[in-house]
Ligand binder design. Structure first.
Ligand code: S3P
Length: 449
């Protein structure tokens, strides 16, 4: 298990206008995939802009333990010399993915059709999260696994000796499940197909194509089908990781709710499977400009500018959830500063993220004086208008980086300081968050334990 860490409580105080032009770290989803596909490719994959957050570094360490050569040079460029599809070696020790669901689930898919045994673990949060969603389809390839009750970590998986190709209808809208199946399919014969009802982020498909795999997306009566050709050979290609829209959401949200603010975040990934928050914010009346749209590293990116806005509550269409699944915590905070009620539904998946995010947001907002109704699959927030949140609460972050950042954003615009009990997990996805926010004028203060 991951060693216990010491908590780092942090407070966010009511702040004056936030101003500035910044860049946030690289996209977490693309960073994990760059390391994993790099490890499965032939040749050297050179990665610029990799997110050096703890989650991604764990994936890099796991790929090294599986035999890839993973290093970072003095310029912050990462180099992965891959072992080729099917070339992973059995790791000598346990693969510890820390807090990262994406890292562990994609890695399970990557090893599931190679006949080696791997033991996977993570921190207390990750050990609570369901793994059956990937273990079930991976068993169909012939992988065997033994873990704790309900498929919880730690668990040991032995990859299929003679892998079978699989056609699988995913019961959950999950890019992690889709990716695990597609990665396993690379070392199976024939074709592997994943059918998803709702479109989830498509970075694995895009990157597999860039590495030379055969990937087809077709319409299907249950949604759409993604098919990958088996016994693939992946060829290393350079990867430029764009800025993470899920991280950009925090400074932009702060600008929308702190009076007189104007913040620009440059080079943000605007892939439509990830950009749902920005559509939602515009419907709420946000002054949000999408500047200089362009393509970088095969993905659409833009410079986003947010200015303080008088927002109104809306009903967020539930079918938009997959394109903004990680943004609901910060949206719930923004909703508290809007006039009227915001209804967010179709969010059952939020209950099995790094924390139960529906419960964590409801508890935290109530602690800050906001009226909230917690639903089985969502949240209804009664907005108090600009400057209306009383604040003053101490938030249990539940080992969840996005809960911590969301409430620190809230505190900058609330009437009284908002405290989070532990900001340490922010480093999983957004190293440098506090310095960046303080650079914009946000008042964040370290608190005594
Ligand atoms: C991710 C997929 C999403 C998301 C996570 C990253 C990915 O999870 O919440 O932060 O990179 O594939 P699910 O696949 O469980 O929806």
């Amino acid at each position: 298990m991951t060693a216990p860490h010491s908590a780092a409580p942090l407070g966010a105080e009511p702040s004056r206008a936030l101003k500035g032009e910044i860049r946030v770290p690289g996209d977490k989803s693309i960073s994990h995939r760059a390391l994993i596909l790099g490890a499965m490719a032939v040749g050297e994959t050179v990665i610029s802009g990799l997110l050096e957050g703890e989650d991604v570094l764990r994936t890099g360490a796991a790929m090294a333990a599986l035999g890839a050569d993973v290093s970072c040079d003095a310029d912050g460029i990462w180099h992965v010399h891959g072992v080729g599809v099917g070339g992973f070696a059995e790791p000598a020790g346990v693969l510890d993915f820390g807090n990262s669901g994406t890292g562990v689930r994609l890695a399970m898919g990557a090893v599931a059709t190679t006949p080696i045994a791997c033991t996977f673990t993570g921190d207390a949060s990750l050990c609570r999260r369901p793994m059956g969603r990937v273990l079930d389809p991976l068993a169909r390839f012939g992988a065997e696994s033994m873990g704790r009750t309900g498929g919880r970590l730690p668990l040991t998986m032995t990859g299929a000796k003679q892998a079978m190709p699989v056609t699988y209808v995913s019961p959950v809208a999950s890019a992690q499940v889709k990716s695990a199946v597609l990665l396993a399919g690379l070392n199976a014969p024939g074709e592997t197909t994943l059918i998803e009802r709702e479109a989830t982020r498509d970075h694995t498909e895009n990157m597999l194509r860039a590495f030379g795999a055969r990937v087809e997306v077709t319409a299907h009566e249950d949604g759409h089908a993604v098919t990958v050709g088996g016994h693939a050979e992946l060829k290393a290609v350079p990867i430029a990781v764009p800025a993470d829209p899920s991280s950009a959401a925090f400074p932009l949200a702060a600008a929308l709710i702190v009076r007189d603010s104007e913040v620009t975040v440059n080079g943000v990934l605007m892939n439509p499977t990830r950009a749902g928050l920005y559509e939602t914010l515009r419907e709420m009346g946000a002054d949000l400009t999408i500047g200089a749209p362009r393509a970088e590293g095969g993905e659409p990116v833009a410079d986003l500018t947010a200015r303080f806005s008088n927002l109104r509550g809306i009903d967020v269409p539930p079918e938009r959830a997959p394109s903004m699944i990680d943004e609901y915590p910060v949206l719930a905070v923004i909703a508290a500063f809007a006039e009227g009620r915001t209804v967010m539904r179709g969010l059952k998946e939020l209950r099995v993220k790094e924390s139960d995010r529906i419960a964590a947001m409801a508890r935290g907002l109530i602690a800050c004086g906001v009226k909230v109704e917690e639903l089985e699959d969502g949240l209804i927030v009664e907005g108090l208008g600009a400057g209306g949140m009383p604040g003053g609460g101490t938030i249990a972050t539940e080992m969840d980086h996005r809960i911590a950042m969301s409430f620190l954003v809230a505190g900058l615009a609330a009437k009284k300081t908002v405290k989070v009990d532990d900001s340490a997990f922010i480093a999983t996805s957004f190293p440098g968050f506090s310095d960046l926010m303080m650079g914009l004028g946000g008042r964040l203060v370290r608190l005594n334990r």
